[in-house]
Design a protein around this ligand. Sequence first.
Ligand code: ZN
Length: 123
Amino acid sequence: MKCDKCAVEVSSEDKFEHSGQTLCEDCYLDVVTIPKTCDPWAVHSAKNTSLISDGLTAKQEEILDLIKKNGPLTAEEICTKLTLDSNEFRRNFATLRHMELARGFKRGNQVYYTLFSDPQEGS
Ligand SMILES: [Zn+2]
């Protein structure tokens, strides 16, 4: 039995059912504590990408790495550097946002993406 979200092995006594999905305790808590409507992309990407061991896909690691070294960056800059299309970027970024690893903020009329812990503020 595997968690539908993070693919971790779950025993039948540890599994949780939520809207047709089998989830581990962590993912279940995640789903029930964070309103789904705020983050449809994270749910989408969690279902459709294969996850590596720490819960991030290789793409998500790349995005995180890039903004760690060069951020804050705009979506265009990130897409160009990592050859992502904007949908792919949004989907992957939503997962990072969801995990509180990265966030977006507005500066002027441009949105920048940075690490969640980055103290920079948009105004
Ligand atoms: Zn899980």
